[in-house]
Design a protein around this ligand. Structure first.
Ligand SMILES: NC(=O)c1ccc[n+]([C@@H]2O[C@H](COP(=O)([O-])OP(=O)(O)OC[C@H]3O[C@@H](n4cnc5c(N)ncnc54)[C@H](O)[C@@H]3O)[C@@H](O)[C@H]2O)c1
Ligand SMILES: [Zn+2]
Length: 362
């Protein structure tokens, strides 16, 4: 898949093995930053060909996705002889992506950057789209740049070791993109859902490839996130609020899945989405992807409303919400009232306590 951006194009390649790592190791002067956990898990398999002196192991913790992490990586790269013409290869999830993408952008005003995403979330969503983010003084993703890697290598070889919690977080972004993609993208997703839930590599690769094709359409039209790309925030207005009300016990993509259920409930109330269609989506596609259920205290009205008010993309007087209507027509409103949100929240609580939720079988 080739993606256009203002600086040219970059290629995302899909692999069912890890043979490409050997080719990356052969790139003259290439230095690697590897998620320490990935280095531990794959040091004797996929990453065995990587000489220790050319790899820096970075512990992927949100608290290190800041200038301290940037400084550590810069120090190592400079001490290891990184040149302006050199290549930085990062191997890891979204944390490694964000911090190394920033480094690759600022070191010598830009070195060549190759990214190997190893979480399903990074593979299905963040690896394309050019965003890099750092946390600053306790504020998440406050700083950042727009800059894509020169190459992205997406391989199912890394997915077997992900915890269920991480895997199904990625699945949330995949179902989001399938719904945004329209009826046929959703049907194609439905056909692979069983395989995805069983974590089969072929089904997983197929669904995430389709997801990235849909994301590509949006980022090529709106590279700098000024309009249409906002619609990719489907499920996120509520999802972000739930992540913080649960103190991040609900992982990002699972919160997004629940956020989609919430948005659909509002859309039904507003007459945008047929009730039976929303019920079917909940039952067939969304609830089956939830491995965790929020606790009642994660869904308290006050905390959710407070979180939704803090949405950094909110511009109007009311709350912001991206919704899907009939025919998968996407729209964003900024006039959601507290009352509407609380009504949808009450319905959501009922929906989540139904039998289907949380009964995923492998
Ligand atoms: N730049 C963007 O566009 C963008 C988009 C979405 C999210 N993000 C950021 O990404 C971060 C979250 O990223 P993430 O969900 O990919 O997770 P992560 O990078 O936090 O990794 C999650 C956990 O999985 C481990 N891990 C990584 N690969 C593994 C593997 N193959 N097997 C076993 N364990 C593995 C990590 O060590 C870590 O413990 C957040 O900081 C978020 O803000 C960025
Ligand atoms: Zn997301």
């Amino acid at each position: 898949m080739r993606i256009r951006y203002s600086g040219g194009t970059y290629e995302a390649r899909f692999w069912d093995n890890a043979s490409f790592i050997e080719r990356l190791v052969e790139v003259p002067g290439a230095l690697f930053v590897v998620d320490a956990e990935v280095a531990r898990l794959y040091g004797e398999s996929a990453l065995a060909c990587l000489p220790a002196a050319r790899a820096f192991q970075f512990r992927a913790e949100e608290s290190r996705k800041d200038f301290s992490g940037v400084e550590q990586i810069l120090d190592w790269l400079i001490a290891s002889g990184m040149r302006k013409g050199g290549t930085l290869v990062s191997v890891g999830g979204g944390i490694v992506q964000d911090v190394t993408g920033f480094v690759a952008h600022v070191l010598y005003r830009g070195v060549r950057w190759v990214y190997v995403p190893t979480t399903l979330l990074a593979q299905s969503d963040s690896c394309i789209g050019s965003k890099t983010s750092l946390n600053y003084k306790g504020f998440k993703n406050l700083l950042g740049t727009f800059r894509p890697p020169a190459e992205v290598h997406i391989s199912s070889a890394f997915l077997g070791t992900l915890q269920d919690k991480e895997f199904f977080s990625g699945a949330g972004e995949i179902v989001k993109l399938a719904l945004i993609g329209g009826a046929s993208a959703t049907d194609a997703f439905r056909a692979e859902l069983g395989g995805l839930r069983r974590r089969e590599p072929a089904a997983t690769l197929k669904t995430l490839q389709a997801a990235l094709e849909i994301k590509k359409g949006y980022i090529e039209r709106d590279e700098f996130d000024r309009g249409p790309r906002n619609l990719l925030n489907f499920g996120h207005c509520f999802g972000h609020a739930l992540e913080s009300s649960s103190d991040f016990a609900i992982p990002h993509g699972q919160a997004v899945t629940i956020g989609i259920l919430f948005a659909n409930l509002v859309a039904v109330e507003r007459g945008l989405l047929d009730r039976a269609a929303a019920d079917r989506l909940a039952e067939e596609l969304l609830l089956p992807l939830l491995t965790l259920r929020p606790k009642p205290e994660h869904l308290l009205g006050d905390r959710i409303l407070e979180g939704m008010r803090r949405d950094k993309k909110r511009s109007g007087r009311g709350l912001a919400l991206v919704m899907m209507g009939d025919g998968h027509k996407m729209s964003k409103v900024d006039d959601l009232t507290d009352e509407e949100a609380l009504r949808a929240l009450a319905r959501l609580q009922t929906l989540l306590s139904s039998e289907t939720a949380g009964t995923r079988t492998r």
